[in-house]
Design a protein around this ligand. Structure first.
Ligand code: XMP
Length: 521
């Protein structure tokens, strides 16, 4: 679980807030290593063994008096390590130290104005010239009485104890969420906590990360052979190159063509990895095997499981051929773990059998190497550049492991795959031509499982609907749809309908995430 026990870190104790991952991100953006752990699992004894320079207690959906629903070892607060409580974390910190929490008369959701009451290291450069700040609140309960020896640093109209502190003991509580961008100068507040209060020094850059990860891979796999599932996407490419640097000849990459790839993907992957990077690469043509297994399957979760399982079977088949392979490397990222099943075991609910995580059979014979599992996408991209991967690979839009299968709700057929590949190809080409590709975090075409009537050349048509999705995002956890101008939309709609037989209608997905997800399934 621990990326590195010997790195100084900010430990984020998760109480199930949807923003917990954002806190980690913000801390890492400050150049500081941080890790999330569940309030259920962390004990004083674990913390002593690690180099924890500061603790953040996250928000969460609970009420501090629902004691049977959580299990927080309050001895953690006696370690002398600085603690910052955020929202629920602020309430639990106050309660455990002898304060009181009660239901607010006015629940606060959204922006609120807080006013400075006293000076604090935590709020250096945080308030505006009028000693005020706009912050983002999301709470029903609030601290009604501070613990002993605490003082108020800021108040809002409805929450008098918006920021409180016990400077000597280094306990700090904020009722709002400094990690979300709606809070003005939230990053400054977190930076003050990390640098001024925890007195940490930067220890998290792409270069440090690269060296550390290479060392850890060497330690984990020793002289054993490793196979790596390569998809040509950013994550698996970075994993392959990391392993290549760490263990060279003991690495064999396996690139499985499941028939659900983007147009020309197989040629590009072979050219890059076999020819340019000189990595051992086995190319497995398994289109028929996948399509056979997916025949008449329309349930999204089933599709994901079937594809995941078959990938692993194929990897195991090839591992046998190579002989003595002990490990399988995968490009699992932090959000994958969080969205598949909460990484911490806290209240976050399961959204999809995501990514590489959901499909793995329980009794898999190969052990996993997942060097990126604590990183966010943008961190992986920076790491890829550090590993000398070309910008072309690094800046590609993400592409999901189950591929086009989850972009055609309903049953999968060869005919639909063929149509979809072409539609996606045209869409992405137009984005590149219009210099929009890099402004967009991810874009793709999908095929909806309904046909509609159209008229082409005076004839009635009855064809598929192509759905286009293009989103902006920071890390895929939340997303907004991209706002194309009408000319672009007209052009792409014409291109797709004129060039691809089988589509007579193009629609654009205008939902954000949440409430939708990025992929359709
Ligand atoms: P969702 O659809 O959950 O997707 O909003 C978030 C990001 O994850 C990608 N994604 C996957 N990536 N294997 C992957 O490697 C998967 O099973 C998978 N499912 C979703 C998706 O493309 C988006 O970038």
């Amino acid at each position: 679980m621990n990326l590195s026990n010997n790195l100084n870190k900010i430990l984020i104790i998760d109480f199930g807030s949807q923003f917990t991952q954002l806190i980690t991100r913000r801390i890492r953006e400050l150049g500081i290593f941080s890790e999330i752990v569940s309030h259920n699992k962390v004990k004083k004894a674990n913390i002593i063994k690690q180099n924890v320079s500061g603790i953040i207690l996250s928000g969460g959906p609970l009420n501090v008096y629902e004691i049977n629903k959580f299990n927080f070892d309050k001895k953690i607060l006696q370690l002398g390590i600085p603690v910052l409580g955020i929202c629920f974390g602020h309430q639990i910190l106050s309660k455990e130290l002898g304060g009181k929490v009660k239901k607010s008369n006015h629940r606060e959701f959204g922006l609120a104005e807080i006013k400075k009451v006293d000076n604090s290291k935590l709020t250096k450069n945080f308030f505006n010239k009028k000693n005020k700040n706009n912050v983002w609140m999301s709470h029903a309960d609030q601290v009604s009485k501070m613990p002993k020896n605490f003082k108020v640093i800021a108040s809002s109209k409805n929450s008098k104890l918006s920021i409180i502190e016990n400077h000597n003991k280094k306990f700090y509580g904020v009722q709002f969420h400094p990690e979300v961008t709606h809070t003005n100068n939230g990053k400054i507040l977190l930076s003050n906590f990390v640098f001024l209060i925890c007195k940490m020094k930067k220890n998290w850059s792409s270069k440090d990360q690269k060296l550390k990860l290479i060392k850890e891979i060497k330690q984990q796999v020793g002289n054993n052979k490793v196979i790596c599932g390569l998809s040509g996407g950013v994550d698996s490419s970075v994993v392959a190159q990391l392993l290549n640097k760490a263990i060279g000849k003991n690495l064999t990459c396996i690139f499985v063509n499941n028939g659900l790839l983007r147009k020309n993907e197989e040629t590009e992957v072979i050219n890059t990895f076999k020819k340019k990077l000189k990595i051992n690469l086995i190319y497995v043509k398994a289109e028929k095997e996948f399509i056979k297994k997916l025949t008449n399957v329309y349930d999204p979760e089933k599709k994901r499981k079937i594809i995941g399982n078959l990938f692993i079977k194929i990897f195991e088949r090839y591992a046998k051929k190579i002989k003595d392979v002990k490990f399988l490397a995968q490009g699992t990222l932090y959000p994958d773990l969080i969205e598949s099943k909460s990484v911490t075991g806290s209240q976050t609910s399961k959204i999809k059998s995501h990514h590489n995580v959901g499909g793995l059979p329980e009794k898999m014979k190969l052990k996993l190497v997942e060097p990126l599992k604590f990183l966010f996408k943008d961190e992986v991209r920076k790491l890829g550049l550090e590993l000398n991967l070309s910008k072309n690979i690094i800046s590609r839009h993400p592409f999901p492991g189950p591929g086009l299968a989850i972009r055609m709700p309903g049953v999968i057929t060869n005919e639909k795959i063929k149509i979809l590949k072409e539609a996606d190809y045209h869409f992405i080409n137009e984005l590149r031509k219009s210099n929009l590709y890099h402004k967009i975090w991810q874009a793709y075409a999908a095929l909806l499982p309904v046909k509609t009537v159209g008229v082409m050349g005076d004839n009635r048509t009855y064809e598929h609907i192509c759905l286009l999705r293009a989103i902006t995002s920071e890390d895929g956890m939340t997303a907004d749809f991209y706002n194309f101008d009408k000319k672009f939309m007209q052009n792409i709609s014409n291109k797709i309908i004129n060039n691809i037989k089988g589509i007579n209608r193009v629609v654009y997905d205008i939902t954000s995430k949440p409430p939708s997800t990025i992929e359709l399934e």
